[in-house]
Write a new protein. Structure first.
Length: 439
């Protein structure tokens, strides 16, 4: 094919030029930005603005100023539960204040009133190909609800100062339905069930999700669901899924269009799919050694994996330089409930072995585990062993953070995003000009 032939012929020269810019001229400045930052995917460039969360390289995520540990301690708990109400987390993200239990329950009640899945959404899901990925189904289901967007319906009647009100309505309606959609996709795709699922107004967000999933220990799984949704809710605005929603929302696309964009970014192997790859890595290790390996065996297994040209999934992070507190929260949850589970013991061993190997290899900026290194293990324990659904569950949690950001972006009138791009030739010319200048 002519297009393939032409690209293939040009590639060596293009790759050499980009490599030279990235390696030899990474610190050359174009206006206020370095060449290395441009070519490196805008890494670490501070150009986004949010008060919902922030990530510190040395301490991890802060949700409205609270660390993960502080958040889990401060938020009100469901009755008989050790994990917080998801409604309390949403109140915290949207309002910026730690809620009372009554305020958290008010958000839960608001979700319960809105948690009715339209029939046409289920028809769309049933009409999709049997081999469609769960994230494809999830994104399609969200788009199928766009016709109900309050923002889209009232846009031409609203003043800019009122955009946030419609954004709030859409966000509440959307987040209320996501547990229903996720559980319906799970039961439809893996068990062939088409019965409509109903939200129980007497149960909280996490407990409702657990009740609708096909798990035996629904009480234990409800605890995990609350924790899972909370710790996956937000991670600054710069991660791919959050930024995709922010970018789409900046055009004044409604929450449904914008969240679909968020999910489409989350579905990428370098983002939301990492959780299932991390679990797969542990399962392969267990299979190779016909059970739990020794520390030395896992050490060699890790080196063999790296020497084959692959990375160890779940280790390293674009910002963090310490163990991800979200990993620690999940590890503590699991150790308190099923400390003898062999995959958990293997994950703990990996926590000792993998960072050591990565330090010896010397390529990873951060050898510590991130949130994905253990999240699949917890799902696996409770019987949710269909790997592809894990990113859908990630998406339910991520909706809490990105919709909170979406509401405030409309409230504060954040503008449409429009960064400026440069060509390879322009970068090369600037580098030459700077080199020609006397020192």
């Amino acid at each position: 094919m002519i297009l393939h032939e032409k690209i293939e012929a040009q590639l060596p020269d293009w790759r050499a030029r980009v490599h030279a810019l990235a390696k030899e001229h990474t610190d050359a400045v174009i206006d206020t930005v370095k060449v290395g930052e441009i070519i490196g995917g805008m890494r670490d460039i501070k150009s986004l603005w949010t008060d919902i969360s922030s990530v510190d390289p040395g301490e991890g995520i802060r949700l409205r100023g609270l660390t993960v540990n502080e958040t889990l301690k401060a938020l009100p708990k469901a009755r008989g539960s050790k994990t917080p109400l998801v409604g309390g987390l949403y109140y915290l993200l949207v309002i910026g204040e730690t809620p009372t239990k009554e305020q958290a329950l008010e958000v839960e009640a608001e979700w319960a009133k809105r948690a009715e899945l339209p029939d046409h959404v289920m028809k769309v899901l049933r009409a999709m190909p049997k081999d469609a990925h769960p994230m494809t189904l999830f994104s399609q289901a969200v788009l199928a609800m766009q016709n109900e967007s309050v923002f889209a319906k009232t846009y031409h009647e609203m003043k800019k100062d009122a955009y946030w009100e419609a954004a709030l309505e859409d966000s509440l309606n959307l987040t209320a339905r996501l547990p229903l959609i996720a559980a319906y996709i799970y039961r439809l795709k893996y068990f062939g069930e088409t019965k409509k699922l109903k939200y129980n107004p007497k149960l909280d967000y996490g407990a409702n999700f657990a009740r609708m999933m096909k798990v035996d220990d629904k009480k234990g799984y409800a605890e995990l669901a609350r924790l899972y949704f909370i710790i996956h809710s937000d991670h600054e605005s710069g991660n791919a899924s959050a930024h995709a929603m922010h970018l789409a929302g900046s055009t004044l696309s409604d929450a449904y269009y914008s969240f679909s964009a968020c999910l489409n970014a989350l579905a990428g192997p370098l983002h939301g799919l990492a959780n299932q790859e991390s679990l797969g890595w542990l399962l392969n290790a267990r299979k190779q050694f016909d059970g739990l390996p020794t520390r030395d065996e896992l050490y060699k297994y890790t080196w063999d994996h790296l020497n084959s040209g692959r990375v160890v999934p779940g280790y390293g992070h674009g910002v963090l330089r310490v163990i991800d507190p979200r990993f620690t929260a999940q590890l503590e949850f699991a150790k308190a409930r099923f400390p003898d589970f062999d995959l958990l013991r293997l994950a703990e061993m990996a926590l000792e072995v993998v960072p050591t190997v990565l330090k010896e290899q010397g390529k990873a900026k951060s050898p510590a585990p991130n949130v994905d290194a253990i999240s699949g293990t917890l799902q696996y324990f409770y019987g949710v062993r269909e790997f592809e659904i894990y990113t859908v569950l990630f998406g339910v949690g991520r909706a809490l953070g990105v919709t909170a950001n979406y509401i405030w972006a409309r409230a504060l009138g954040q503008p449409i995003e429009r960064p400026k791009s440069v060509t390879t030739a322009q970068m090369e010319d600037i580098v030459k000009q700077q080199q020609a200048q006397p020192a």
